[in-house]
Design a protein around this ligand. Structure first.
Ligand code: BF8
Ligand code: SF4
Length: 633
């Protein structure tokens, strides 16, 4: 096994795997090393069967593929295809939620309801939908129609969800560049078409297409998913939670919800409540639903469900022997998890017809039969519990507590208590005074290749020390919660004096009797939409473009294609986006130049690649200083 030292809880689970002789990701990573250099540079091509071709980075061997494609063409085509993978995942997620909402309105999905009517009506108004004399259902049907238009329109008109959410100044920028998008599916088709053998060979043209796919992801993926999820399940409000694999309970039926889509996890949570007595009849003290990865974020933001594990820990928590069912839907599910589960009584249950894992139990989960299937899944978990109740479990110690639920609406609620007429004013005043020196969004994944460096925690603490507020989503939110960065003690421990005073004032306004935490959990990866909404509102209020704000984004432990497409969206919006490890563009001088430099003149955004946490933090602080100077503050 690779000798690395992870945080105490994670390490204890790796150690347990080793002592039981169970293979995990660390063993598999060890066998992959050294990983292919061509792959890491992005300079191998498999687009046709004259290849695979690869380009010699030292300039001695082949400098083009068999067809004559240069390294710039190859790298940029590969990048665009990575993004298509990411955007397709988010767009597929959003469309699934919209279609379920439609079925609900048609009476075909009785398990679902409108929870946040206010948000529905607000979106209807902003879409220009007539409301007078119409029922909520009728209005909602038209909102659905507008959403589905974003997958059907053929006239080249602007994506409705982009018009709905993108700041005017950003739209103008994108129009000048010719990258405004129209129909999410058509854009994805075109990106696949242009990257297949013998099409687009112009690296700059390919990079512009990459920005387009970023916009598809941001609006037809992230924003659309967040909007409909909030309408169906409620817009998150601030609440207290616990985090770490230690939230598993020896004497309860433990159901780990893993994946992304609250359509499933909300129903499982509901049925866990309904079947509590059945679990007790089997000798359990109750049913403990815990969250893994992004569906865990969805559950914790709306219902205080404990945050059990980020992606790297998703297979590790089964080594506790205490997970009775690991219920999964879509995205980020390691096939190797099933092999770990087989060593225990744990049932891995897949639920999506296009996401199956050999050896796992499969229960199709359709919106029409949501209640029946959710009940069946919870009963499977209870049944698994009966098989392990007397067996030894190993649940590590060390729960962290924190506050989550920082939707834009929840943040504005707090700010309105300070200034009801102009809630953003206190933030702007504090930005001007330097009490809030800037803000950084930390998003994305935990990488098994980097987690032992504590990249995320070190960078976040550096931000706080420099009075930079941190917002976070995705698995990075799990990392921050487990590191205790989402509780009020962290404000005292890590923040500079200016930021501390602001968080105290906000905590008082919120009636907490304590400061707000310095790291705000804004949700799952699709909820990066919330961060963009907040930035858009701030930029509008200041009358500037988002690219002028003293803010940045960071994906400090990039894993997924989805993080690449989100990152590109943020570049299109005009943000500095820090990335580690190296994105697979380093083989192409053109891609590196355009993404780290050239883009500054086009959108204002740029990529910043740095693997050393302190240097990365320094680079971000410098960027924020430069932005402040340009604003004259
Ligand atoms: O969408 S942060 S490992 S779970 S990709 Fe996946 Fe990365 Fe986690 Fe959420 Ni996002
Ligand atoms: Fe090689 Fe060109 Fe085929 Fe790619 S498209 S595999 S570079 S011949």
């Amino acid at each position: 096994m690779l000798q690395r030292s992870y945080d105490r809880v994670t390490q204890s689970l790796f150690d347990r795997a080793q002592s039981l002789g169970i293979e995990t990701g660390i063993d598999r990573l060890g066998r992959q090393e050294p990983q292919c250099g061509f792959g890491q540079l992005g300079s191998c091509c498999r687009m046709c069967y004259m290849g695979p071709c690869r380009i010699d980075p030292f300039g001695e061997g082949a400098q083009t593929g068999v067809c004559g494609a240069t390294v710039d063409t190859i790298v940029c085509r590969n990048l665009l295809r990575e993004e298509v993978g990411g955007a397709a995942s988010h767009v597929g997620h959003a469309r699934h939620v919209v279609l379920t909402f439609k079925k609900m309105l048609e009476g075909k999905a009785p398990g679902y309801h409108i929870t946040d009517r206010g948000k529905l009506l607000e979106i209807a108004d902003r879409l220009g939908i007539e409301r007078d004399g119409r029922s909520d259902e009728d209005i909602a049907s038209e909102v659905v129609e507008r959403a589905l238009e974003d997958f059907t329109r053929q006239d080249g008109g602007m994506l409705n969800w982009l018009r709905l959410h993108a700041p005017e100044k950003a739209i103008e920028k994108w129009q000048r560049l010719g990258i405004v998008v129209s129909n999410a599916h058509n854009e994805i088709e075109e990106a696949m078409h242009r990257t297949s053998m013998g099409n687009d060979a112009d690296p700059v043209n390919l990079l512009l297409a990459a920005l387009k796919i970023g916009l598809v992801d941001g609006y037809a993926g992230l924003h659309m998913a967040t909007d409909f999820q909030d309408i169906m399940f409620g817009t998150p409000q601030v609440r207290k939670i616990e985090a770490s694999p230690a939230v598993l309970e020896k004497n309860m039926v433990n159901i780990a919800m893993h994946g992304h889509n609250p359509l499933l996890s909300e129903k499982i949570l509901e049925w866990a409540g309904r079947l509590e007595e059945d679990a007790k009849k089997e000798g359990a003290e109750g049913i403990n639903v815990v969250g893994v990865c992004c569906t865990g974020n969805e559950l914790t933001m709306r219902h205080n469900v404990p945050m059990a594990a980020h992606n790297l820990q998703s297979e590790l928590i089964m080594l506790t022997g205490a997970v009775d069912a690991m219920v999964v839907d879509i995205q980020c599910i390691w096939p190797g998890s099933e092999k770990v589960a087989e060593c225990f009584h744990t049932k891995v249950i897949t639920t999506e017809p296009f996401v199956k894992i050999p050896g796992a139990m499969h229960i199709d989960f359709e919106p029409e039969n949501a209640d029946e299937r959710a009940e069946k899944i919870v009963r499977e978990a209870i049944d698994a519990f009966t098989k392990r109740k007397d067996k030894e479990v190993f649940i590590p110690e060390g729960k962290a507590t924190g506050l989550v639920g920082f939707s834009v609406e929840a943040i504005l609620d707090v700010l309105k208590r300070i200034n009801p007429e102009d809630p953003l004013m206190p933030v702007i005043d504090n930005i001007k005074s330097g009490n809030i020196f800037g803000a950084v969004g930390f998003a994305g994944c935990p990488s098994i290749k980097m987690r032992h460096t504590n990249m995320t925690e070190i960078m976040v603490k550096e931000m706080l020390k420099n009075n930079i507020l941190v917002v976070t989503t995705g698995c990075t939110a799990h990392i921050c919660a487990q590191a205790g960065l989402m509780n009020t003690d962290a404000t005292e421990l890590y923040c500079g004096e200016g930021l501390k005073s602001v968080l105290h004032a906000l905590g008082d306004a919120a009636g907490l009797g304590a400061p707000l935490p310095p790291v705000w959990h804004m949700g799952s990866c699709v909820d990066n939409s919330r961060i963009a909404t907040l930035l858009g509102a701030l930029a509008d209020r200041l009358g500037v473009d988002i690219s002028e704000l003293p803010v940045a984004g960071s994906a400090p432990e990039l894993v997924q294609e989805k993080a690449v497409s989100i990152g590109t969206w943020l570049l299109a919006l005009g943000l500095m986006v820090h990335i580690a490890p190296h994105p697979r563009i380093m083989g192409s001088p053109v891609a590196v130049k355009v993404l780290t430099e050239g883009l500054k003149d086009l959108t204002g955004g740029y990529a910043f690649v740095e693997l050393d946490p302190l240097k990365a933090a320094e680079g971000i602080v410098q960027h924020i200083k430069d932005r402040r100077k340009a604003l004259g503050i």
